[in-house]
Design a protein around this ligand. Structure first.
Ligand SMILES: Cc1cc2nc3c(=O)[nH]c(=O)nc-3n(C[C@H](O)[C@H](O)[C@H](O)COP(=O)(O)OP(=O)(O)OC[C@H]3O[C@@H](n4cnc5c(N)ncnc54)[C@H](O)[C@@H]3O)c2cc1C
Length: 485
């Protein structure tokens, strides 16, 4: 073996996965076909849950000042996210190129071996390990590893080479996106209808605006290169009457509404994550976030497997937990597409939907779905409301030091958090988990942590056990982190 794990693709999912493997103490090589980052702005931020996950690793200050807003939409219908306890959609206005830069720095600092200009062209899994054929700056090369993870995006080569089934529907429409400078463009909300289609614009800063143009009835084209700016400006003018032809674009792209998901997230020694596993309309800004959450889910499990400390079935829980989340992502982006891309024939449904969204329970449900805050994994028995859910961010005092539930997760280790002394004996557990005695600080009265003595939290921030008397704690620890001696 050249390395225990090869990750194919240094996009957001591949970079997070590489960093998580290093936190788990495992060597990793990342193979990326681009010699340097593309610089494309693509995902302009991330959802509330992904922001939390970056916070759990101490990454948020690296993004500078992070703007959040309670204002969002579902299918182009404005929606106020303040129905959620965390009261916002997520981080705004951070171009994906910046997110990738932060993640690449983080992964590199942790010791990930990122090799650029290396394109993977062949995969052979013989059951004992995987041979990866690639073409790099010095010509062809073959590397062998125990596991390979396909993080190589929507047109994944590894997915095709490995034989992952990828059912779903093809694109029905072509849409344009451009980051335009040199023009004054009024902001237009996503979902804004104009005769013949839909347009959107939002300022990006530094004199640029993001525009999206959708002309109804434009069939998808199999392009070998991005459209040129004139084509986009022509479409914008047909729909809005405004000419952008005097401006310029620093990035132009076309995209569609193809909706597909692999049926298995693991085939033998090859796993798959991010856009390679699920392709969908970029509606509601979820693609980057769900991809990153795949990687946070897989990283610690694969690290434990590669290091030989994983309990039985741990790696397969990746498919069990993340496939339903991907299916839900496809479902909600399709629904949003129907609401904001269709014509007048959908107006009655849009009206009914808008009325329903006046109800706080409906908003809570939709906001939970899009923000990723509603995820609840089946982690085993337990009646505590936090079991299977993310641990909330709560300030803590540990000894003389101040930290938080998220601060305890910075090193990517599981945590047994004891909030009351003398409860839940930790004997034998300390070999697998970090045992922390802490006093909550400023706990709101309605916090699910009120009255909770002890929590067992996975490295990705999900609670697998919570209680007062320790019953079931050893079983939960064994199931997720290995049997305590
Ligand atoms: C036009 C557009 C707008 C979008 N807007 C948003 C948005 O507003 N919000 C949002 O959250 N998401 C948005 N997305 C989606 C978001 O960009 C993706 O969900 C995200 O990039 C997925 O990350 P990933 O790491 O899984 O894949 P990618 O970012 O696609 O990364 C895959 C990497 O693998 C590399 N690679 C591919 N093949 C090989 C190979 N054979 N060998 C080696 N390397 C290879 C690629 O070069 C690439 O670097 C948008 C996407 C598009 C196209």
């Amino acid at each position: 073996m050249d390395t225990p794990v090869i990750v194919v693709g240094a996009g957001p999912s591949g970079l997070v996965l590489a960093a998580e493997l290093r936190l788990g103490g495992v060597e990793v090589i990342v193979l990326e076909k681009l010699a340097k980052r593309s610089g494309e702005s693509r995902g302009l931020g991330f959802t509330a849950r992904t922001l939390e996950m970056f916070d759990q690793r101490g990454l948020v200050p690296r993004f500078g000042e992070v703007e959040t807003s309670p204002q969002g939409h579902f299918g182009g219908i404005p929606m106020d996210y303040s129905v959620l306890a965390d009261a916002h959609f997520g981080a705004r206005g951070i171009p994906q190129s910046r997110t990738e830069e932060v993640l690449e720095d983080w992964a590199t600092e942790l010791g990930a071996d990122i090799r650029r200009g290396v394109e993977v062209v062949g995969i052979t899994d013989d059951g004992e390990g995987v041979d990866v054929d690639a073409v790099g700056p010095d010509g062809p090369l073959t590397l062998r590893s125990r596991h390979v993870v396909a993080c190589d995006g929507g047109r994944s080569t590894v997915r095709a080479l490995t034989g992952f089934e990828f059912p779903g529907t093809d694109s029905t429409i072509e849409m344009f996106l451009a980051d335009v400078g040199g023009c004054v463009i009024e902001p237009r909300q996503i979902g804004e209808k104009v005769p013949g289609g839909m347009v959107m614009s939002a300022p990006l800063g530094e004199g640029y605006d993001r525009i999206i143009v959708v002309e109804r009835g434009t069939p998808p084209r199999r392009r070998t290169a991005p459209p040129d700016f004139t084509e986009v400006a022509d479409a914008w003018q047909r729909l809005t009457g405004q000419s952008l032809h005097g401006g310029h674009a620093r990035w132009v792209s076309s995209f569609g509404d193809a909706t597909r998901q692999v049926t298995r997230y693991r085939l033998g020694n090859v796993l798959i994550a991010g856009d390679a596993a699920h392709t969908h309309l970029p509606a509601g800004g979820q693609g980057l976030s769900v991809s990153v959450q795949d990687a946070f889910n897989l990283g610690w499990k694969l690290a434990a497997t590669a290091a030989g400390r994983a309990p039985d079935g741990l790696l397969d829980s990746y498919h069990a937990e993340r496939h339903p989340i991907g299916a839900r992502l496809l479902m909600n982006t399709q629904a949003q597409g129907m609401l904001y891309l269709s014509g007048v024939e959908m107006d009655p449904l849009r009206t009914v939907f808008s009325e329903l969204m006046d109800d706080a329970n409906v908003r809570r449900r939709l906001a939970g779905m899009v923000s990723g805050l509603d995820v609840r994994y089946d982690v085993g028995p337990g009646s505590h409301p936090l079991v299977g859910r993310r641990v909330p961010k709560v300030e803590l005092v540990v000894g003389d030091a101040k930290t938080s539930t998220f601060g305890l997760l910075h090193d990517g280790r599981p945590v047994l958090l004891r909030l009351r002394e003398g409860l839940a004996p930790a004997a034998g557990l300390a070999e697998h988990v970090k045992v922390v005695d802490a006093v909550p600080h400023g706990l709101p009265d309605d916090s699910p942590l009120c009255g909770t003595a002890t929590l067992l939290v996975r490295p990705d921030g999900y609670v697998v056990w919570a209680g007062d008397d320790g019953s079931g704690l050893r079983d939960a620890a064994s199931r997720w982190f290995g049997t305590p001696r």
